[in-house]
Design a protein around this ligand. Structure first.
Ligand code: SF4
Length: 261
């Protein structure tokens, strides 16, 4: 079996579309190996919903880790298993989200997905990713026709995103903040992230300790602050501007979801 689930493990944002899943960010497998499935995660890892709640249940975590072990130990077998699963009639004409947690963590893994997509033309794949540089090199020059993606803020490669031309997703405090910025919410359907307007707003969810960390900021804003502090410590003095970011404000009591890996 591959890892293609019928249910959405990311709640309302996937609306029941098929989703593939890896364990989020960094951890240790039962055999002692360490991993990082989100090598470009930045501030998002501090408020990652996939490192919270049901995702931490032992059975859920074991399933996600088993998916990763399959990918790592038998990539060719995993690729074949994915193709076999996607060949089922029930996937014809459907959307499959690549990852509700984890990201395109290596070139080889990304190339595997590109082959899978090209071998399953009746399925439309979509993904959020923070692997901007990898996509610029491996995906953008010749993307599969049935693949849609959105670059998401909150990662160490935010500075590589061009908000003037790229399809981009940012996490906001709430719907009002999205509207004030002139972005479009994907709250009604996760597919709006790739089918709706290019500037995609994701309302945060209400996990209280995540809200405290977020402090009403957009992910892009928070990441830019962290990047600026790092640059200042290095003494370079370079500061990255944030496109149309609202003024800093605190909005407690709202949702803080955030994958957008
Ligand atoms: S929010 Fe996404 S990219 Fe960030 S750590 Fe979680 S799963 Fe990884």
């Amino acid at each position: 079996m591959a890892d293609l689930g019928q249910r959405s493990a990311c709640g309302q944002h996937c609306g029941g579309r098929a989703v593939t899943t890896l364990p989020a960010w960094a951890g240790r497998l039962p055999d002692g190996r360490t991993y990082n499935t989100c090598p470009s995660a930045g501030i998002c890892r501090h408020v990652c919903y996939a490192r919270h709640g049901t995702y931490l249940w032992p059975t859920v975590r074991a399933k996600h880790q088993a998916n990763l072990i399959f990918v790592l130990d038998d990539p060719a077998g995993w690729e074949q298993a994915m193709l076999a699963e996607l060949a089922a009639p029930k996937f014809r004409g459907r959307f499959v989200r690549v990852h509700d947690s984890g990201d395109f963590f290596s070139d080889d893994y990304t190339r595997s997905w590109l082959r899978i997509m090209r071998s399953a033309p009746d399925v439309t794949f979509y993904a959020y990713t923070k692997e901007i540089h990898r996509f610029r090199r491996l995906v953008e020059p010749d993307p599969p026709e049935n693949f849609l993606w959105v670059y998401s803020y909150g990662g160490t490669q935010d500075g590589r995103i061009d908000a003037a031309t790229d399809r981009v997703a940012d996490v906001f405090a709430d719907e009002q903040a999205i509207a004030e910025a002139g972005w479009s919410s994907q709250e009604a359907s996760d597919l709006l992230a790739v089918l709706g307007p290019r500037l995609v707003g994701v309302p945060s969810n209400r996990i209280p300790h995540f809200l405290r960390r977020l402090q009403g900021r957009r992910f892009s804003q928070w990441q830019a602050e962290v990047d600026a502090e790092r640059e200042a410590r290095r003494g370079t003095g370079r500061v990255r501007s944030i496109t149309s970011a609202p003024s800093l404000r605190r909005r407690d009591g709202r949702r803080t979801d955030t994958h957008a890996a």
